[in-house]
Each structure stands twice: as C-alpha cells, then as structure tokens.
Design a protein around this ligand. Structure first.
Ligand code: PHE
Length: 341
C-alpha cells in the first residue's frame, strides 16, 4: 500500500506539471499513461498485491489517480482536433452512403392505375397463361381456322405443338372466364401479349394489354359507352372528350374504336394526334352472340360488352414516350424519370 501511494504521488507530480505543446506530445502522454500498456493500467494491476483490509482505500486512491490522468488528456484533446474523446478517425457528421432503390416500371404503374379505375366500379382482375391454345386465343372468339381476321394479328406459334400460340391478346383470358360460366361476369384482364412484328419505335414483338368483359342481363351499348367514358375521365381528366368510330373485331358486334381528344394539344393539332386532334386508345364492342354460344351462354338472355387497350399506348399518351423500345431496354436514365410519379 505504501509503495502504491509513493508511486502515485510521483506520477501525480508529473501529470500536474505536464503541458503538451502539440498533438504528438499529447499522444505520447496518452500512450504512457492511458494506453493499454500504460501506467494507469499497470498500477491497477498492482491491486492484487494489496491486503484485503486495505483494498477499499487503495481502490479510491487509484480511481482518483485515473481521473486525474484522464482529465489532463481531455483538457488538451482539442490539440488533436477531436471532440474530447479518443479520435477514431471516423467522422460521424458525414452524410451516409445512399442505398440505391429501384422504381416501379412505368408500364406497371399505368397498368395498376387502369386496373384500380375499373376495380372502383366492380370489376375484378383475371389472369391466364401466356402460352395459349388455339381455342382460347382464336376459335372460341369467333375466329375459326382460315378466318381472315387471324391475319390481323401476326402470331408466334410454338414449334413443339401446332395447337399452341403465344397469346396475341388477353381476350384469351376472357374466353377462359366465360368458360367457367359464372354469370354475371365483370373482369379486367391485364397481361403481356405477343405478336410477330419487327421491332421498331412503333411496334414490338411483345406488349401489354388490359381488356375488360362485362356480361349480364340487359347490358347495352350505352353501358359500354358510359363505362369507357368514366375510365377516360378518371385516367386523363374530366375535360377529355371521347368519340366512337365503327370498326370490326370478329368477337364483337357491333364493334367500335374509341378516340380521345388529344391530351397534349387539347385538339388543336400536334405530332401525337398527327394533327387530327384525336388519338385512338382502344377497341370495343358488344360480345358477339356466336362467342356467347361457344360457351353455352344463352344469347337471348345475356348480353355483354368487351374492350381492349394497349398499356404502352396509354403510357405513351400520358407521358409522351415516343419509342416503344424504351420500355424493355432497362435503361435506368429512362426508368428513373418515373420515380416521382
Ligand atoms: N382483342 C382486341 C385486340 O387485341 C381488342 C378488343 C378487345 C377489341 C375486346 C374489342 C373487344 O386488338
């Protein structure tokens, strides 16, 4: 105990008279007194030689000494440019490294928007396979073999089985829903479709559709018009006008194509509407009685309407994307632009 007291006294004198001039002197002091092989540690190590009855007194002595040694260091810590604690070399005030996050694909965002607009009026989502058989993609939709309308869509056939195609439209899902025979039906069918087209800014070998089907008693063309008009006002704003032009699809009769007033120029003429003031957005019509009959639905009792739109087309109109290839090139510079939408 006595030798401990003497040692401490001697070191206390040294500490009290120590005034570091620079960071190096301070660091030398730290190593000498506070380091892992320093004096404070060494003196604490001698505690084991102190008799039990003096341990308490010795403990207090050592703690006071330790505080003195540390206090001196802290008082001059500014020499190191630190914050009073040991400098770890880590500046915790620097901003962190951002973890890059992905974004939703613009087509998926628009698809979600289309689906939720129809969900609000009671439609539910139906999906089906992308590799489809001839019956669901063509024949049941009033397009028997050799029907000229099959040439409207250039089809990819699956070489392993002559009956299989990559679906050319999601009307195949509507066929599958009608096959289940649960009436009334109110479905929206989003999904990828394939056509054998040369890839360019305006055509692609795959794209996305959202098609709808509504079958019930007393469904009329007026219901079709009102439903699609509701969709357009939700999607493009209340000022948007619509017009229907007679058209032809084998699975609907009568058939129509629907245009909306150009959302870019408001109708005065621009490149999107090719200076006509109108842009075409979808095909539609009353479900052909032959198609109802193909699925055993009594066409005298039930009527229905169907429509189909391209998701790329809606996205192009909404965000003025002028090249279809952008959607599948995975260029982050393109995709990032939709981050805040
Ligand atoms: N299936 C048609 C197409 O792919 C779109 C459509 C669907 C037209 C339903 C009328 C009714 O072009």
């Amino acid at each position: 105990m006595q030798s401990l007291q003497e040692q401490i006294k001697q070191y206390e004198q040294e500490i009290n008279s120590f005034t570091p001039a620079d960071a190096t002197e301070l660091e030398n002091y730290r190593i000498k007194f506070l380091g892992t092989k320093g004096i404070v540690k060494a003196i604490f190590g001698e505690m084991k030689n102190v008799p039990v009855e003096q341990k308490k007194e010795a403990g207090q002595l050592l703690n006071t000494f330790k505080q003195l040694a540390e206090g001196k260091y802290d008082a001059f810590a500014h020499l190191q440019g630190g914050n009073g604690k040991q400098d770890t070399g880590i500046d915790i005030t620097l901003p962190g490294t951002a973890i890059p996050t992905g974004t939703r694909h613009p087509l998926r965002m628009v698809e979600n928007e289309i689906v939720s607009i129809f969900e609000k009026i009671g439609f539910s989502v139906a999906t089906g396979p992308e590799i489809e058989d001839d019956w669901h993609n063509f024949t049941s939709l009033n397009m028997p073999e050799h029907h000229p309308a099959r040439d409207m869509q250039d089809t990819f056939y699956v070489s392993q089985n002559p009956d299989w195609v990559l679906r050319t439209h999601t009307s195949s899902v509507q066929a599958r829903i009608m096959e289940q025979g649960n009436l009334p039906v109110r479905v929206i069918c989003p999904g990828r479709v394939y056509r054998n087209e040369t890839i360019s800014a305006r055509a692609h070998c795959f794209f996305h559709q959202c098609e709808g089907l509504y079958i019930d008693k007393n469904v009329s063309f007026a219901d079709l018009k009102q439903t699609l008009y509701y969709f357009v006002t939700e999607m493009f704003g209340a000022d948007t006008k619509v017009r229907f032009r007679p058209s032809y699809f084998p699975f609907t009769e009568p058939s129509a194509e629907m245009d909306i007033s150009c959302t870019v120029c408001g109708g005065s003429g621009c490149s999107l509407c090719k200076h006509t003031g109108w842009v075409e957005i979808l095909g539609c019509g009353m479900v052909h009685p032959n198609m109802l009959r193909n699925f055993g639905i009594d066409s005298e009792v039930y009527t229905g309407f169907a429509f189909g739109m391209g998701v790329e087309r809606i996205t192009q109109i909404k965000y003025q994307v002028n090249d279809l290839r952008l959607y599948s090139q995975n260029d982050i510079r393109f995709l990032k632009q939709f981050q805040s939408i």
